[in-house]
Design a protein around this ligand. Structure first.
Ligand code: PLP
Length: 393
């Protein structure tokens, strides 16, 4: 029997790992399942992206290796959009890295900056690629729990000095999955300052940059002075354009940071299909028309979910961004048994906070990936499970 590497033992279980099999079993039993688990909406991509993909399929040159450079118009569309959206400028060749979805870039950048003995500050709960990249690179994650106490922000003043001295990478994601927290500008400015003082790479995950409600407009980290020295920012077509399975995203950073991520990638991949990158050009080109309409759909779902879960007896903040509701459970109701019973007894799939680690305990995540009516139905069912827990406590 081949022996496993020891690093595998330190890996947590992926939060969504068991969901597909459970869901199949429920459907096979004839249960009316409402799946609010993954951040993967039931909505269509821009028509222009689909048309561009079809067109590309007929062009043999688009199906050849893209290598790191890929389809240059995709790089150009990215820099034009970053300029129009955030007022920040990048060189399309030296300061952009096209990615096979932002997840792979987030995980791979760790190989360029982390090794044994190094520390990465990893929020918890968080997208699992941060801890994954850190552990794969042989480094040590310093887990910082995101709790209401700090408004779900990583308070860098609380990190012990000896840990900070060994810290090479800080992962931040605002607007945040799963807590839906947002970061105030003065906080982001302070983080950039600290990373510069300590030569820490700031991995800024901006997958939800286009999700802003009630007048909130998310920013790029590059809108803050000095970020170019230390930050790499990740973007994705997945959520903004309902293109999760297409696997297309990008990173922007200064040429040195981009070149080391690109170098790591030359050893593990050969670029995303250029037809997808052409679809990415079309998607980004449709930003002005498509995104407001798409966000109006998420907004309606957000309002429906927030109202319905509150009416069902839960407590939650109104999210100003993302496609998630981070719902608090009463003391004494642990999130895993709650989510398990909600799935078994009522056919509703949510992500228990504990699946993200201890930092997520006491909450569960609802994704706005179905219609307002289905969200309301799910909330009612969840309310029944909550009531039966309350009766036991
Ligand atoms: C915070 C965050 N970052 C990154 C991603 C990954 O997106 P992509 O599909 O581009 O890999 C996700 C997807 O759920 C996410 O929630």
């Amino acid at each position: 029997m081949p022996r496993l590497a020891s690093r595998l033992e330190s890996f947590p279980t992926y939060p969504l790992a068991h969901v597909p099999a459970k869901k199949r079993a429920l459907l096979a039993r004839g249960v009316d399942v409402i799946d609010l688990g993954a951040g993967d909406a039931d909505l269509a991509p821009p028509a222009a992206a689909i048309a561009a993909l079809k067109q590309a399929a007929d062009i043999p040159a688009m199906g050849r290796y893209g290598f790191g450079l890929g389809h240059v118009p995709f790089r150009e569309a990215i820099v034009a959009w970053m300029r129009d959206r955030f007022g920040v400028t990048f060189d399309p060749v030296d300061e952009v890295v096209p990615l096979i979805g932002s997840k792979e870039g987030i995980a791979h950048v760790a190989f360029a900056y982390l090794g044994p003995g190094d520390v990465a500050i990893v929020p918890e709960p968080a997208y699992q690629a941060y801890v994954g990249g850190t552990l794969l690179a042989g480094a040590t994650p310093y887990i910082y729990p995101l709790r209401p106490r700090t408004n779900f922000l990583v308070d860098l003043d609380e990190i012990p000095a000896d840990t900070l001295a060994r810290t090479k990478v800080l992962y931040l994601n605002y607007p945040n999955n799963p807590t839906a927290a947002i970061a105030p500008p003065d906080y982001l400015a302070k983080v950039v300052r600290l990373c510069r003082e300590r030569d820490i790479l700031l991995v800024y995950d901006n997958a939800y940059s286009e999700f802003g409600f009630d007048g909130y407009v998310p920013q790029s980290i590059f809108e803050f002075d000095g970020a170019r020295d230390v930050a790499i920012e990740f973007h994705s077509l997945s959520k903004t354009y309902n293109m999760t399975g297409w696997r297309c995203g990008w990173a922007v950073a200064n040429p040195q940071i981009c070149s080391v991520l690109a170098k790591v990638k030359t050893f593990v991949d050969t670029g995303t299909y250029m037809g997808i990158q052409a679809a990415g050009v079309a998607a980004i080109g449709s930003w002005k028309e498509f995104v407001p309409k798409n966000m109006a759909i998420f907004d309606e779902r957000r309002r429906a979910a927030t109202d319905a879960f509150r009416a069902a007896g839960f407590s939650c903040e109104t999210p100003k961004s993302t496609m998630y509701l981070w719902v608090a459970l009463p003391d004494g109701v642990p999130s895993r048994p709650f989510a398990d019973r909600l799935m078994e007894e009522e056919g509703v799939i949510v992500l228990p906070g504990a699946a993200f680690g201890e930092g997520g305990e006491g909450f569960f995540r609802v994704s706005f990936i179905v219609s307002p009516d289905r969200l309301r139905e799910a909330a009612q069912r969840a309310g029944r499970v909550l009531a039966s827990f309350a009766a036991q406590v």
